[in-house]
Design a protein around this ligand. Structure first.
Ligand code: URA
Length: 239
């Protein structure tokens, strides 16, 4: 079978699936449960997502990072900032890296930018405790500089595993560093915003970093458009 035929068949299949799902939605069905998948080796039904306890998996991951010296950022660290929030949340925010307040307290987004992030979360009808918040790098870059590629490279596998464990409905990248690291791209934020991307099959919305919005409040309207997209993707069911 030629590549073109295979591609056409695949497109056709997707189109049919879209119509099928649309029909279910018209009939008031909003949630589909995945049937347990057969483990081909052992022949027993497994649901990998359900088999993992996200709190436990996150705590194991946090343990793996304890005392981390995989990059130079550990030299100036007071506290590693792993991330916090609901491990069963449908929404994960990813920032760039801890600042001074975060380094002091070991918690993400607790300074001025964090206060604005709290308001952004509130604006979409949620509380901080409803979502999960983390960063690309877990240790503070000196003078809050942008993390260097080697630092991002050392930390990224842990962020990707956090996302794998959390399996949210939507990921929101806050600012250029997070968007570029997650999407492994060098595209500018102007191109990254405005279209829904995908990571591990999860919709990813890129928006401005709250610290940037504090410096450029005129961009808040654009950020609000991005947040509306996040709400839209979350749908009627809340995290
Ligand atoms: N900026 C970030 O990117 N992350 C934080 O945790 C705080 C400020």
């Amino acid at each position: 079978m030629s590549r073109n035929t295979r591609e056409n068949q695949f497109a056709d299949c997707i189109e049919k699936l879209r119509w099928y799902l649309w029909g279910l939605r018209q009939g008031g069905i909003r949630l589909l449960e995945r049937a347990p998948r057969k483990n081909l080796e052992e022949g027993c039904p497994v649901n990998p997502a359900a088999a993992l306890d996200p709190e436990e998996e996150l705590s194991k991951l946090r343990g793996e990072l304890a005392g981390c010296s995989r990059c130079g950022l550990h030299c100036g660290r007071s506290n590693l900032v792993f991330g916090e929030g609901s491990a069963r949340s449908g929404l994960v925010f990813v920032g760039e890296g801890p600042g001074a307040d975060e380094d002091r307290l070991g918690r993400p987004f607790v300074g001025r930018a964090g206060k604005l992030l709290d308001k952004m979360i509130f604006a979409i009808g949620l509380e901080r405790a409803d979502v999960y918040i983390c960063n690309v790098v877990k240790c503070r870059p000196p003078e809050n500089r942008v993390p260097q590629p080697g630092e991002v490279g050392a930390c990224l596998p842990f962020l990707l595993r956090q996302i794998e464990v959390l399996r949210p409905k939507v990921i929101c990248a806050l600012g250029l560093s997070a968007a570029q690291a997650l999407l492994k791209t060098t595209e500018p934020i102007s191109r990254l915003r405005g279209t829904v991307r995908s990571l591990q099959g999860i919709p990813l919305v890129c928006t401005y970093h709250p610290a940037y919005l504090l410096r450029s409040p005129s961009q808040k309207a654009a950020a609000w458009q991005d947040l509306k997209e996040v709400m839209n993707l979350l749908g009627a069911s809340r995290p």
